[in-house]
Design a binder for this molecule. Structure first.
Ligand code: GDP
Ligand code: MN
Length: 379
């Protein structure tokens, strides 16, 4: 679950990290009122779950409340990477002398939180990672001991020369690490961490992702979820009990089991296609799940063809076949469907599909090749 910047800022502030004051609004008039209360220049920032807002026109400075209102009108009308802007953060503008990057990710390979810091921060950290990875300093933390003082100092020296700033940064590293661990985050990022002309070190942007498995025991964090800011397909899928992740390709995928789902996406890519989603209908046998899955996938305009890959065990393939038939009776499915199924009640499933003029394949490679070809034809 991703937090909004304003929520992440509050968490960091609570951890003791210097973060400018600020407030959120969802109307230009609300923005103007906050700007008046703060006094002086402000920055108005789109609150959407994606980076690169600056480049997309979602972060703008305003000298006075009237201008803040005008830029808020523009920003609240934006859609950034498919996400409509519904809220903006208004904060006093900070003067920037330097911008650096500080992040912690949960590295599943080493099973450790890994710090990544770079003096080349700001908006282009992805580019830094791609072209000059040596400018990013990495440090894996042993969770048994936490971030040790000398490690925090090392990270501080990776960013600054001035000893006061190094100390300030080291302290921020320790606070960020604690916030990361205590919130069950998979990612905590400050970009930019700036120095001001007066020499202060301040966090101007914050991004935190919480592990969904943490939410059960952290109702306070779960309450921060903003369904209006998530992709509508992901919200529907969560409500329908499906594990769904929207991706960028055009081959819709309906699979049972996380492992088979991942293998299926690999195979789609192997045969030159791009999956439009990850969708695991789970182990239970319920035609309604299949109907919901198809409803969500067909609502995605980039989907050109749909692949079913079902390995019948606890999931009965006849239930899946019934779900497909039911879906096609209830709403239009405007793209071709390729069905591969095998296992429990397979013969029954084939009969159900053939009765409505559909066919089922048995071979996974063949099915994936077919659906990739169909998606390419229609693209
Ligand atoms: P992102 O593009 O989504 O990562 O949004 P950021 O919050 O990181 O803002 C992008 C850029 O806008 C930053 O790297 C800064 O250069 C600039 N910016 C953001 N807040 C301020 C501010 O308070 N003062 C100034 N001068 N620039 C800011
Ligand atoms: Mn940023």
């Amino acid at each position: 679950m991703n937090l909004h910047e304003y929520q992440a800022r509050a968490l960091l502030r609570h951890a003791g990290i210097p973060v400018p004051d600020g407030d959120v609004a969802d109307t230009p008039a609300g923005v103007e009122a906050i700007a008046r209360r703060l006094g002086g220049g402000v920055v108005v920032k789109a609150q959407v779950h994606t980076g690169g807002r600056g480049k997309a026109g979602g972060v703008k400075l305003a000298a006075d409340p009237a201008e803040a209102r005008r830029v808020a009108e523009q920003i609240l009308a934006l859609t950034i990477k498919g996400l409509p802007v519904r809220k903006v953060l208004v904060a006093p503008v900070a003067e920037i002398a330097s911008e650096s990057y500080v992040g912690i990710i949960l590295d599943r390979e080493t099973q450790r939180p890994v710090f990544m810091v770079s003096a080349a921060g700001g908006v282009d950290i992805e580019e830094v990672a791609a072209t000059t990875p040596e400018k990013i300093v990495k440090l894996a933390v042993d969770p048994r001991y936490g971030l040790l003082p000398h490690e925090a100092t090392t990270l501080g020296f990776a960013l600054y020369r001035d000893v006061k700033q190094v100390r300030a940064a080291a302290r921020i590293m320790e606070q960020l690490y604690r916030a990361f661990m205590e919130s069950g985050a998979t990612l905590a990022e400050i970009n930019p961490l700036v120095t001001t002309p007066a020499g202060e070190v301040v966090a101007l942007d914050a991004k935190i992702s919480i592990d969904d498995n943490e939410l059960e025991r952290r109702p306070d964090l779960a309450a921060l979820r903003d369904p209006t800011a998530e992709a509508p397909s992901e919200v529907q899928a969560r409500e329908a009990g499906l594990t769904f992740i929207k991706l960028d390709g055009n081959v819709g995928c309906v699979v049972n089991g996380a492992g088979l789902s991942m293998a299926t996406m690999d195979l789609v890519k192997y045969y030159g296609g791009e999956p439009a989603n990850f969708l695991d209908i789970g182990g239970s046998s319920n035609p309604e799940k299949v109907v919901n899955a198809l409803r969500i996938i067909t609502a995605d305009p980039s989907v050109r063809a749909i692949l079913f890959n079902i390995f019948g065990g606890i999931t009965r393939t006849d239930d899946v076949a019934n779900g497909i038939v039911a879906a096609m009776q209830r709403f239009p499915v405007p793209v071709p469907i390729v069905i591969r199924l095998t296992g429990t009640n397979e013969r029954e499933a084939v009969r159900i599909l053939e009765a409505v003029g559909m066919t089922a394949l048995n071979d996974m490679d063949e099915a994936v090749q077919q659906v990739v070809a169909l998606a390419k034809e229609a693209a």
